[in-house]
Design a protein around this ligand. Structure first.
Ligand code: SF4
Length: 482
């Protein structure tokens, strides 16, 4: 265990995240209290905030004692200086450089995006990201290229009058090993899905009424797995959405079909008839053995069949999600998956780095899986980039999560004109997203860039029973002038 003792509570989470990025498999404790941990610490740091300086002292493996001047005039600057100094110590000791440097947040593209909006040049962005955050040349180039594409796509939106709609279907055929989303086994809930839809319809009615004067720009139905709904239920939901909102300003309508074991021709036909412009069919891997390990009860053949079925029905914008760093997968396995995806030629490809989330089965049952190799390196990401390029797909959105394999990133690639705008909106907080369904989070974005949120309860039964309260929460969020 690595223990960091502070003389006062300040920047604990930033310190924790940076150390965790260097030591992903170690337990890390950061505390300003005299806290005791069950595990003995084999590395101890003491960070002392002094009146005009900060001292970092290491014991055990890290025998360092460094003091740097600090005037505390700007909290963000203080945080960045502290992270840089800590990074230098950790990088020197581990002989490792992190691709994203000291950036531990989930949206590294925010920095180049903000600088581009202010008229910054590529050279200015590169100098800033290198000097302030120690970001590698590859990641500077990637995030700047993505920020430019984001900017071009976001320019199509009307921030002031536009908004987006998210609808969550929190049911799945089975629960994947790494899942941290609202997901419930559909078999156990099949008797109450209609009740769930009724509650959703109440929220849809509220949103349609409250946003009557605004322009609906994008719609995303995710989850969970929306195609766990029966064809008639899917039709009921889509007809309700189509009948409740004006689609005159809508740029895209995505349904995340997701799991191939939930997709049928009948369901795809319903999506097609209702004018869905973009769907996702997510293999995660094309290696059968891994699918079994991660608890996805579908076959590689089902993925291929679903894809061909969607094509035959006329879907011309299909996304496929992959995860790198899955248990037991080698670089050759990843390449084999990418080759099979290339043969299908989707218009969108989203490449995730496996993230170990606290609530996921992977963390809860960690003892059973920690013997597996779960590797994701820059080489894996480069391979994915290379295949995406061969498919004619360009990177257009990027985000990071806590506990990601290899401390890398998730990247969305798309063919020209096929990018999912909603994916950028959810990351960049540029437009209000009204989110309906259990576990969904509504985000109200103000014109000055500030955002405020309100959450729906995650538990499906609670959501159904407390639907009036969920609507009230949104009313309060949107009526509040502040
Ligand atoms: S399909 Fe997605 S939402 Fe459903 S269990 Fe798997 S990761 Fe979770």
């Amino acid at each position: 265990m690595i223990l960091v003792k502070l003389n006062q509570a300040n920047f604990e989470y930033d310190i924790y995240s940076l150390i965790k990025a260097f030591y992903p498999r170690e337990n890390v404790g950061v505390t300003a209290e005299d806290k005791t941990y069950d595990e003995p610490a084999d590395m101890v740091f003491e960070i002392t905030y002094l009146p005009d300086s900060v001292r970092i002292a290491g014991k055990g493996e890290y025998s360092v004692d460094e003091v740097f001047a600090e005037d505390y005039a700007d909290r963000i600057e203080t945080k960045n200086r502290l992270k840089r100094k800590l990074y230098e110590i950790l990088a020197a000791h581990t002989k490792q450089a992190l691709p994203w440097g000291t950036l531990t947040g989930i949206r590294p593209t925010k920095i180049p995006l903000k600088m581009l909006e202010a008229g910054g040049s590529d050279a200015q962005i590169a100098a800033h990201m290198r000097k302030e955050y120690y970001v590698s040349a590859e990641k500077i180039a990637l995030s700047t290229a993505i920020a430019k594409r984001e900017l071009a796509l976001l320019n199509r939106l009307d921030y002031e009058n536009g908004y987006s709609l998210y609808i969550g279907i929190p049911f799945c055929p089975t629960t994947c090993l790494y899942c941290s989303f609202p997901s419930n086994p559909v078999a156990a809930w099949s008797g109450r899905v209609d009740e769930y839809l009724r509650a959703l319809e109440r929220e849809i009615e509220y949103a349609a009424d409250a946003f009557l004067d605004k322009h609906l720009n994008t719609v995303y139905i995710g989850g969970g797995t929306p195609t766990t709904l029966e064809p008639a239920q899917l039709e009921r939901l889509l007809c309700k959405v189509k009948g409740s909102f004006s689609f005159a300003h809508c740029l895209e309508f995505t349904v995340e079909a997701g799991r191939p074991d939930s997709i049928t021709k009948e369901k795809l036909s319903v999506l097609r008839e209702q004018g869905i412009s973009r769907i996702s069919i997510n293999p995660q891997t094309m290696k059968q053995q891994t699918l079994r390990t991660i608890g996805r009860r579908h076959t590689v053949e089902q993925t291929v069949e679903s894809f061909h079925m969607a094509r035959a029905l006329g879907f011309d914008n299909i996304n496929m999600d992959l995860i790198l760093g899955l248990p037991g997968e080698s670089l050759e396995d990843v390449e084999s998956t990418l080759k099979q995806i290339q043969a299908l030629a989707p218009e969108n490809l989203t490449v995730h780095s496996l993230a170990r989330k606290r609530a996921a089965r992977l963390s809860i049952e960690w003892e059973d899986y920690k013997g597996y190799q779960m590797v994701n390196t820059q080489e894996h990401m480069d391979l994915a980039m290379d295949y995406a390029a061969r498919m004619g797909l360009e990177p257009y959105y990027l985000y990071r999560q806590k506990g990601m394999a290899g401390n890398l990133e998730n990247v969305g690639f798309a063919a020209e004109g096929m990018a999912g705008i909603y994916n950028i909106l959810i990351m960049e907080e540029k437009q209000t997203i009204v989110a309906l369904g259990a576990g969904s989070i509504t985000k109200r974005v103000f014109m000055d860039g500030q955002a405020r949120r309100c959450e729906n309860v995650k538990d499906v039964a609670q959501y159904i029973g407390r639907i009036d309260e969920m609507i009230e929460r949104k009313k309060r969020l949107f009526e509040d002038k502040a």
